[in-house]
Design a protein around this ligand. Structure first.
Ligand code: GLN
Length: 192
């Protein structure tokens, strides 16, 4: 199994390291031909407008959509979640639109640009997950076909799954805890 990490901009190196800790082969994806080679894709955090522009510039968007529609699993974290959304509040920016979610960018406001929270995520087991949020989006609404895996303060949706797509508001690659990556590897392996 080989998992690609979109390496146009943002926190891609940390995802590669996390995948290696999961004992999975991980490669940086910079051009569309490399997508032929992978079983799953991670879209990292960064700046979603920039990632979107570069994705279009390098002709990656259409190819990612084609592969996703043929079942390739995708994990989007933070800006990556924004890229997966069908709707982005107050924005016309490019997105893949693979998930039936409405996201709000930079949703936690200026006072809380970056913070850490311990989350209970039953899909990852009993141990709380220390999640790092950096100018994070959250999900304002989902369609019924979207599985909500975690809400912050029982209110803001921050971790979801829909078919072959998984999206998190936070940065799982910035902690030592590899359970989100392991969960994604199981999705790629078709064991969840
Ligand atoms: N605020 C960024 C955006 O909406 C996401 C920030 C991040 O990925 N850490 O693009």
């Amino acid at each position: 199994m080989k998992i690609g990490v979109l390496a146009l901009q943002g926190a891609f190196r940390e995802h590669i390291e996390a995948l290696k800790k999961c004992k999975v082969e991980a490669i940086e994806i910079k051009k569309s031909s490399q997508l032929d080679d992978i079983d799953g894709l991670i879209i990292p955090g960064g700046e979603s407008t920039t990632i979107g522009l570069l994705m279009q510039q390098f002709n990656l968007g259409d190819k990612i959509l084609e592969k996703a529609n043929h079942g390739m699993p995708i994990l989007g974290t933070c800006a990556g979640m924004v890229m997966l959304a069908k709707d982005i509040v107050d924005s016309e920016q490019f997105r893949l639109g693979l998930m039936d979610i409405i996201v709000r960018r930079n949703a936690f406001g200026r006072q809380r640009e970056s913070f850490e929270r311990s989350l209970n995520i039953s899909a990852l087991g009993d141990e709380p997950f220390k999640a790092i949020f950096i100018r994070a989006p959250y999900i304002e609404a989902t369609s019924p076909n979207v599985e909500v895996l975690c809400k912050l303060d029982n209110e803001k949706i921050i971790f979801v799954k829909q078919g072959n797509c998984l999206a998190a508001s936070f940065h799982p690659e910035l902690t030592e805890d590899i359970r989100v990556h392991q969960y994604f590897v199981r999705l790629v392996n078709k064991t969840i």
